[in-house]
Design a protein around this ligand. Structure first.
Ligand code: SF4
Length: 469
């Protein structure tokens, strides 16, 4: 009698595990979509249909040992001691809340001041806490640390790997001061050896240990360095990063570090420089992520030095495939799911939509035609000249607009002033949230940095003074 029940339970368990989208993710996606402003509910919108949005930590290690102009951190950030126990406790608390609100899978950034000021063990414990909450963590760094740190971070006491894969976003630009070997860089070009060395460090540790990694390159853009973006793209694009992300500077954070007006550099200016650097158009209209005034993204791959988008917005066969993907496969966790399990999940979703096979073939044919054919793809892969590459511009907003707009939103007031209304629209479609379990809020990073960080850091300064009495 017990045997059939056991079998039934196992079958039920298998059905649950191979369910394409977790029910909590389904709920989180539906909530996200329902709360989005009308103007971002476009066919290209991935937020609320495939992604719940990115997440980040706050108040976990505010201190940094470089000085940037501008700097998004509040004036008190560097007066807070880095304390591994506090970091791991806070990260665990915030991630548990995100798990509860947004389901069992999301990308999350371990971000604060400088992550490598944590000891390797504390850094590893924070990453593990994020993974335990179903998050796929990315460590945000200035990149000025040694291979010994990376080795200690990824190696367990028994000599094995702590993590099969790590993700880092390394911030390099000439507005940063204090990097060893480039204390006051006079140009972006001066930093290229450091950008290269960062990737090489991962290659070396990967060759030694089998570690897999994903690396993103971040760069703040102001009127002072916008003219060097194209050259930087040309130099960096083949270095081994899988993402190049640019942040046009905003007036947020420590006012003492604002050196000029940043209004002249916007998303269009940076995108034009990106295209100039690559010598080709980079279409971004195929897939949107939140409000286009906040995020512009080109998802695609590099083959033999030329970039190709996954979805060409001008080709109906490709946008039809995107539409079918969002409608039938949106919410499936494509990264972080074991390959065999992923195949079963996709097949379970596909069996209800037999027409998708033809849609997928049309998309593949169109993409291969653009990329030079299957042979070129295979040749490129064999020669190591094929790789994923995402381009992104993320434009934070000025604190003087965010603070009143956010305050009104919390009180349920829709702004009438056009500037504040636009700010509210963007905050409502935010793709980058931070958890506040104590108030039950998920806060856009713009509001976190503009409104909450200064207060939080004053308290943290008291809790974690630099000098322990
Ligand atoms: S953090 Fe700010 S700029 Fe980024 S998506 Fe959210 S509202 Fe937009």
């Amino acid at each position: 009698m017990g045997q059939p029940r056991g079998l039934r339970a196992r079958w039920q368990d298998l059905r649950e595990r191979t369910r394409p989208v977790h029910p909590e993710t389904e709920r989180a996606l539906a909530d996200r979509w329902a709360a989005l402003p009308d103007h971002v509910r476009t066919p290209a919108q991935s937020l609320g249909r495939h992604a719940v949005g990115c997440e980040g930590t706050h108040g976990v290690f505010p201190k940094c040992n470089l000085t940037c102009t501008p700097c998004y951190h509040s004036a008190d950030a560097n007066k807070v001691r880095v304390d591994g126990g506090h970091t791991v406790r806070e990260v665990s608390r915030q991630m548990a809340y995100l798990r509860e609100r947004r389901g069992p899978y999301a990308h999350a950034q371990l971000i604060g001041g400088e992550v490598s000021l944590l000891s390797p063990d504390d850094h590893a414990a924070a990453l593990q806490a994020m993974r335990d909450a179903g998050r796929s963590p990315m460590s945000m760094t200035h990149g000025d640390f040694d291979p010994e740190y990376l080795r200690a971070l990824v190696t367990a006491p028994d000599g094995g790997l702590r993590f099969d894969r790590v993700s880092f976003a390394a911030h390099f630009d000439s507005l940063m001061r204090g990097r060893r070997g480039a204390v006051r860089p006079r140009s972006e070009a001066e930093l290229n050896p450091f950008r290269e060395r960062f990737v090489q460090m991962f290659r070396d540790v990967g060759a030694e240990t089998g570690l897999r990694y994903y690396l993103a390159h971040n760069m703040t853009v102001t009127p002072a360095n916008v003219g060097q973006v194209a050259d930087t793209v040309r130099e960096v694009v083949g270095m081994g990063y899988s993402m190049m992300s640019f942040q046009p500077a905003a007036h947020v954070g420590d006012e003492r570090r604002w050196k000029e007006s940043y209004a002249a550099v916007d998303v269009d200016a940076v995108w034009a420089e990106l295209e100039r650097g690559l010598g080709q158009r980079v279409p971004y209209e195929g897939i949107e992520f939140g409000d286009p005034r906040c995020n512009r993204l080109g998802f695609g791959f590099l083959l033999d030095g030329r970039w190709h988008p996954f979805v060409d917005p001008d080709v109906p066969a490709e946008t039809a495939a995107r539409d079918a993907f969002f409608a039938h496969y949106g919410g499936i966790a494509f990264s972080g799911t074991p390959p065999l399990l992923l195949v079963v999940k996709v097949l379970r979703a596909a069996r209800h939509h037999p027409g998708d096979v033809r849609t997928a073939l049309r998309w593949a044919r169109s993409l291969l035609r653009r990329a030079g054919g299957l042979r070129a793809l295979v040749r490129g892969a064999r020669a190591g000249r094929l790789g994923l590459m995402t381009f992104e511009v993320h434009s934070f907003m000025d604190a003087e607009h965010v603070a009143p707009a956010w305050d009104m939103m919390r009180r349920g007031i829709a702004a009438e002033d056009p500037q504040l209304r636009a700010t509210q629209e963007r905050l409502a479609a935010c793709t980058y949230s931070m958890a506040h379990p104590e108030t039950g809020e998920l806060v856009p990073a713009c509001a976190q940095h503009s409104v909450l960080d200064p207060v939080e850091n004053v308290e943290l300064r008291r809790l974690l003074p630099l000098t322990v009495v």
